[in-house]
Ligand binder design. Structure first.
Ligand code: 5GW
Ligand code: MN
Length: 332
């Protein structure tokens, strides 16, 4: 009797062990096949950072898409190990520049909140330089920046049409990369000012060419994407992959310059042809990312509009849209 029970237990343990082993092995195999599909590191990227994305867990968020058809990761909370990303970027001496425009009334309305909150949440642990573009340099608030963080103010002209304030950012960004930034930074991020950081916006967001999924569109069918539909415009698109939000884009300096140049040249051509894209610079940005696929996508956790009722996919709000101030409304 005792012997039979012993043999039986032994058998059950063996079977359990086998099941455990096979499932672990299968998991390992699938993770390897995921890795094979990941974008290859480009030349020049520090070796330490090269294989970081092979640590991403693409199954951490079953309810949302975490990989594009061209194998770019879409970054959501739980997919990445923040400490590991920070450590590797620190070891690789990654440096980050951030551009933000605060022209006219937008300076008083938004800049202070944007910068104060960025000091708490944006790329903490890495050297960061803010570039603030404004027509009112003397009105930029004085800041106590954390060590390794710097702020530069660049004076720009104020365009009279609001569409031009927004669109001409592309020209200024391109020129600034060429004259100021090239060679000094590993990555550049460009932000709208009317937003507030609320949670970690860290090194997991860094990549060669980074686009943001628009919070209002990421769940909608493609037919509802508001691409430009005028064949006369350079931004005209028949079809696309996603609807990207122009409030945040980034990447290597080279890639951001290519994007900014593309958008600026397209905007100028449209002006010559007396056409203006539906959503201005954002329409051109969407066209650029359709023709030049981003290597990394940020989920709407990286730029959320609190007005949206369905928050079921949003585990962390890292950055939120500020409410529009009504003394500045226009037809958008
Ligand atoms: C002002 C009135 C209407 C539209 C834009 C402006 C405006 C934009 C401005 O007066 N000053 C300014 O610095 N901007 C910059 O352009 C800000 O960085 C702003 O975040 C960015 C885009 O304009 P937004 O934020 O009003 O556009 P949406 O797409 O968020 O509505
Ligand atoms: Mn905005």
């Amino acid at each position: 009797m005792g012997r039979t029970a012993g043999t039986y237990t032994c058998l059950v343990l063996l079977v359990l062990g086998f099941i455990c082993f096979t499932s672990l092995y299968l998991r390992y195999l699938t993770s390897i096949s995921f890795m094979k599909n990941l974008p290859m590191a480009t030349e020049g990227a520090p070796i330490l950072i090269t294989n970081l994305d092979s640590t991403l867990d693409f199954r951490a968020r079953p309810a949302v898409q975490t990989l594009t058809s061209w194998h770019a990761p879409i970054i959501w909370e739980l997919m990445f190990d923040p400490k590991l990303y920070d450590k590797r970027h620190q070891e690789g001496n990654t440096t980050v520049a951030l551009t933000v425009f605060a022209v006219g009334r937008y300076l008083d309305a938004y800049l202070n909140t944007f910068l104060t909150s960025a000091e708490k949440h944006f790329m903490i642990g890495l050297p960061v330089t803010y570039y603030v573009f404004t027509d009112l340099p003397e009105k930029v608030p004085k800041f106590e920046l954390a060590p390794q963080r710097d702020l530069k103010v660049v004076k720009v002209q104020k365009n009279s049409r609001w569409q031009d304030i927004s669109m001409m950012r592309m020209k200024t960004i391109s020129e600034t990369i060429e004259t100021e930034l090239e060679g000094k930074f590993s990555y550049l991020f460009c932000f709208d000012v009317d937003q507030e950081f609320k949670g970690r916006f860290g090194s997991e967001a860094l990549g060669e060419s980074v686009a943001l999924l628009h919070a209002h569109f990421y769940k909608l069918p493609k037919e509802r994407f508001t691409y430009d539909k005028q064949p006369k415009s350079k931004a005209y698109m028949k079809e696309g992959d996603y609807y990207y939000h122009a409030a945040i884009f980034g990447g290597s300096l080279e890639k951001v310059k290519a994007l900014a140049d593309f958008c600026h040249v397209s905007i100028m051509e449209d002006k010559m042809n007396e056409v203006e894209a539906l959503w201005h610079d954002e329409s051109h940005l969407n066209k650029y990312f359709w023709l030049n696929k981003p290597s990394r996508l940020l989920s709407p956790e990286y730029c959320w509009d609190p007005i949206i009722g369905d928050k079921s996919d949003i585990m962390v709000t890292r950055l939120i849209w500020e409410p529009k101030q009504y003394n500045m409304v226009r037809t958008r």
